[in-house]
Design a protein around this ligand. Structure first.
Ligand SMILES: Nc1ncnc2c1ncn2[C@@H]1O[C@H](COP(=O)(O)OP(=O)(O)OP(=O)(O)O)[C@@H](O)[C@H]1O
Length: 302
């Protein structure tokens, strides 16, 4: 378990983190979402003690804090940050990297071979990493963290440069690690993917961490809550609202229009569909509010 207690970080007079307090538990995947330059990496750097916050502290398992070097070593045995591709040594093999990480964290050496197999790296793991493609390097970075086997794992853009098959594969491994009791914190811009496996997702804005469920209670609902229509003219938006008094229509900055049909039964939904068709709108889908919708609403991207 890792606790952030009243963490504040200011850079050049700007609040990057403002009195952030949160607890991340064993067996959960936390998603961090925000536009570039908001503070996701800063938060991870504070957790690693690479950045000293202006105020506040990080507490591990209720008792260890970054109060001295001995504690820092203790915490870094339990909390790791996924290495960056620029941390790889081009002149040694992927396997050597895994061995180094395994011995640095005193983890079970059997994890090396099982991770190579799980990530399908056998064909190239003995080659120098200088010969790896972007996706191969990224898989190796992920494998290095898996091999370190720490209790808390921080991953900044773990899916960077991976093809869809490997995004799926790594997502599955994350879920498996979570079931082993790891606390995994992932910063990602792949919203549809993150939504599939994250237990709690936080947006960051103006230095604050906001749990997305607090933004939209219907986000968690399983039933149909919206009809999604590709751009609807303003005039029609008014017409819909007039025709169906209970309905609210929202244009998103990403061009989609959401028609909120919460509480409508199938007969009324049929009327909405008929109305759309009468007005030459034939492309629409039913669903629930997605993380991508919420992101668009919250950050008002154009
Ligand atoms: N050491 C530093 N000194 C001064 N400013 C910094 C420092 N580190 C980060 N910043 C600034 O803090 C802000 C947040 O940066 P951060 O790297 O945490 O964003 P991020 O959300 O991780 O972005 P990205 O999605 O691009 O990775 C940015 O404006 C950045 O320029």
């Amino acid at each position: 378990m890792i606790e952030l207690k009243n963490i504040s970080v200011r850079f050049s007079g700007r609040d990057i983190l403002k009195d952030v307090s949160e607890i991340f538990h064993p067996g959960e995947i936390i998603g961090l979402v925000a536009p570039n330059g908001t503070g996701k990496s800063t938060l991870m750097n504070v957790i690693m003690n690479y950045i000293n916050p202006n105020s506040g502290k990080v507490i591990l398992n209720d008792w260890v804090e970054y109060t001295n070097e001995k504690n820092e070593v203790k915490i870094h045995q339990l909390v790791s940050m996924m290495p960056d591709q620029s941390d790889l040594y081009n002149q040694i093999s992927g396997k050597e990297h895994l061995k180094i990480y395994s011995s640095m964290w005193y983890s079970n050496p059997k994890l090396i071979d099982s991770t190579i197999k799980e990530l399908g790296m056998a064909s190239y793991i003995n080659k120098h990493t200088g010969k790896y493609s972007l996706g191969m390097r990224q898989r190796l970075c992920f494998a290095m963290q898996i091999v370190s086997d720490t209790q808390v794992m921080l991953m900044d853009e773990v899916m960077n440069g991976l093809d869809p098959t490997h995004v799926e594969l790594i997502s599955k491994i994350l879920v498996k690690k979570k079931s082993e009791g790891k606390t995994i914190i992932v910063a990602s811009h792949l919203l549809e993917n993150l939504e599939k496996y994250a237990d709690r997702i936080f947006f960051m804005k103006n230095g604050e961490l906001i749990h997305v469920n607090a933004l939209s209670p219907e986000f968690e609902e399983k039933e149909i809550t919206i009809v999604r229509v590709a751009e609807v003219p303003d005039m029609l938006k008014e017409k819909i609202s007039k025709e169906f008094s209970k309905i609210s229509v929202q244009h998103l900055p990403n061009g989609a229009t959401l028609i909120d049909v919460r509480g409508y039964d199938s007969e009324n939904l049929g009327n909405v569909v008929a109305f759309l068709k009468e007005n030459q709108i034939t492309q629409f889908s039913f669903g629930k509010v997605t993380l991508t919708d919420l992101y668009s609403m919250y950050y008002q991207e154009v």
